[in-house]
Design a protein around this ligand. Sequence first.
Ligand code: PLP
Length: 436
Amino acid sequence: MKNTPVNHQIVKEVIDKYGLPDFGKATIREVVAISTELEKETNTEFIHMEMGVPGLKPAQVGIDAEIEALHNGVASIYPNINGIPEVKQEAARFIKAFINIDVSPEGCVPVTGSMQGTYASFLVSGQCTPGKDTILFIDPGFPVQKQQLAVIGGKYESFDVYEYRGEKLQAELEKFLSKGNIAAMIYSNPNNPAWFCLTEQELQIIGEMANTYDVIVIEDLAYFAMDFRKDLATPFKAPFQASVARYTDNYILQISGSKAFSYAGQRIGVTVISDKLYHRSYPGLTKRYGGGTFGSVYIHRVLYALSSGTSHSAQHALAAMFKAASDGTFDFISEVKEYGRRAQRLKKIFTDYGFTIVYDHDLDEPIADGFYFTIAYPGMSGGQLMEELIYYGISAISLSTTGSNQQGLRACTSFIKEHQYDLLEERLRIFRQNNS
Ligand SMILES: Cc1ncc(COP(=O)(O)O)c(C=O)c1O
């Protein structure tokens, strides 16, 4: 038996107890449960890299606005389902300031996090046109979104974009879209789990394909402006956050308060529906709801049925954070750059001890350092590596749970503490000795 930082026998017992058919396919929550239990039983600190939870303080400007709104009595009143005017106007202004796209406040709709935004988007997109009932995932992606489709009994198809970057993306997209069953396609940019960023050329291809095949693009900007290779921090000044909205009117953007503003606990974000899509009617929606446009069905039928709107005070918080960012008085990007600094240090330690970065380039440019990165170790599958690292007190999730065909793990930088860089190095030294 190998000499490992966490007692080998106890790890085996705890993993066995969970009765998982394949540990490599364990969900994030299962990995958290196992690593937390091991931490307690063996009294050994774990380096937690499995959860994508913001590890920074929430934006103060949001907290102040929310407290003020509560003092003003908003808690007793149902919020307008369309969203309060302040958040709608400030969302549209924020989008102009940081993406340089024009959208009416009408189409900027608060949601209880992007999770709700994608859920409602999947529902409405899949109901627009008879026969167009399938969502295409440009993977790797955020596993819970496929879970959302499982909940509603929706269909999806997917492909790993690893092999199809740049011009190759067009033929691959056409392969799926030309069949006529795809209602919408979704990706995150920067990408969860791999942190690559689709380039303007790739976004142009996606936009043009959406126009050709009349497909809706759901662009998940959960990690808004976190491509730290570019200086995206100055409002109303280039460069801007890359977006498909420059290339098609068939778009829905999901902008989350969770990561950019470290506001995950209050469950707030906005769904942004293009003006054209908002006002378009579809035969499937008319038949099902007796009328309405994409935007009105999204808000007055679907969001109404799901949660009857979004917490009133959190809308005030988001409005204040958007406003301060657009006014240039709140530099949210410099706050979240901490994730990039952590990734740079962690990637160096992993590669020094024989690991490789799996998704390492955006075409000819090395990927940015940010919230996540991906690692592999020669000769080990993702599942094997995930299990092996548990013995060293390091927890991460296998890429196989994200729709990736690559062997490796997703590591998240958000929970890393200052003293853990040395700890990681010490443990990887033993890992390499044991595995070479
Ligand atoms: C790609 C992606 N989309 C959406 C979300 C969820 O965002 P929210 O907290 O706004 O629901 C996450 C959170 O991890 C994410 O990684």
